[in-house]
Every structure is written in C-alpha cells, then in structure tokens.
Design a protein around this ligand. Structure first.
Ligand code: FMN
Length: 169
C-alpha cells in the first residue's frame, strides 16, 4: 500500500472485532509514532498502549463512555510534557502529538487495522487510569483493532475550496 492509498482509504472505525492485535503489528504502529517529527526534535512524548481488559474498560469511561473504546482490544494514548508556545504561537505539545497520532493512523491502515481519533475524553480520568504524571498533557486517544464495519467515506470539501496558490483566496 502506498502512502497515498493509506491516506485515501483510512476512515474512522467505531466498531471492532473481538480479535487481538498481534504484538508485531502493535509495535509497528507505535514505532510510527516514535519516528514522527517533533519541534526541535525534543520528543517529549509518551505513547501508551492499553491492552489490559479492565484498563480498556476504564478508558471507555474516561472517554465519555464511547463504546468503540471498550470494543477494541487496544487503546492508544498520546501525551507529552514540557509544553511551550512555538514562535508561531502554537503549542508544541499538541502539534507534536497530533503528528504522531496521524502517523499511527496511517501505519495502522497499511496493516489492516482501524483507529478513531478521540478528542472527547476527560483528561484527568485518563491520567488517573494510566498513572500519567500531573505535568503531562493528554492530546489524543484512539481505539486500535480490526474493523467490524466498512463505513462510507466522509465527504471532504472540494480541492479548490480549501487550497489556494500564492495568496489566500
Ligand atoms: C481532533 C479530532 C477529534 C475527534 N474526536 C472524536 C471523538 O471524540 N469521537 C468520535 O467518534 N470521533 C472523533 N473524531 C473523528 C472525526 O469525527 C472523523 O475523523 C471525521 O468525521 C471524518 O471522518 P473519517 O475519519 O472517517 O474520515 C475526531 C477526529 C479528530 C481529528
């Protein structure tokens, strides 16, 4: 599968089969996050793969009860510390972690696995469940597993509506 094919075929998966993710595949997904670029290459992040069934159940609670979390065999959590504003004003933590999560989603797609980026979670509960230190920010959570659905592709705005050349239009 090419990167273009992974980008075009990836979809948010919200139903998962009761089938474990092989450790080789899980490690490849986590390796994609490890290899992602970060501001000044600081890599102030942690990637937590939750596989313990009871902890996964607790993660569902921490993610506003979203059923997809409890259905998938793995929950991935991306967090980081030492946040600061970059000269452009953006938080390096949220940008770094978002890139890492995106890399994981594309790697998972190539491996035939599904994910669904979750922004709806209670950060304090996630920290409590996983023992994440106070000074870390949890940026994103996602279930990981084999899809039990084939959702239709969500529409995207037209190329010309979101892309311009040389000047904002
Ligand atoms: C930052 C972010 C937060 C999201 N949070 C949630 C969420 O909490 N629950 C959920 O079911 N989907 C969530 N999504 C998934 C989006 O709804 C989904 O990516 C979007 O509808 C496009 O569909 P697609 O991923 O299948 O292309 C989130 C996506 C992003 C990028």
């Amino acid at each position: 599968m090419t990167v273009e094919q992974a980008i075009k075929s990836r979809k948010s998966i919200r139903k998962y089969r009761d089938k474990p993710v092989e450790s080789e595949k899980l490690n490849l997904v986590l390796e994609a996050a490890r290899m992602a670029p970060s501001a000044r290459n600081m890599q102030d992040w942690k990637f937590i793969a939750v596989t313990d069934k009871e902890k996964v159940r607790q993660m569902q609670d921490a993610c506003m009860g979203q059923k997809q979390v409890g259905m998938a065999p793995v929950t991935l959590v991306v967090c980081a510390n030492n946040d600061s504003a970059m000269p452009c004003g953006q938080s390096k933590t949220s940008v770094d972690c978002s890139i890492a999560m995106s890399f994981m989603m594309l790697q998972a797609t190539e491996l035939g696995l599904g994910m669904c980026w979750l922004g709806a979670f209670d950060e304090n509960k996630v920290k409590e469940v996983l023992g994440i230190p106070e000074d870390y920010i949890v940026v994103a959570v996602s279930p990981l597993g084999y899809a039990d659905e084939e959702p239709a592709a969500k529409p995207r705005k037209a190329f010309d509506e979101v892309v311009c050349f040389d000047r904002f239009k």
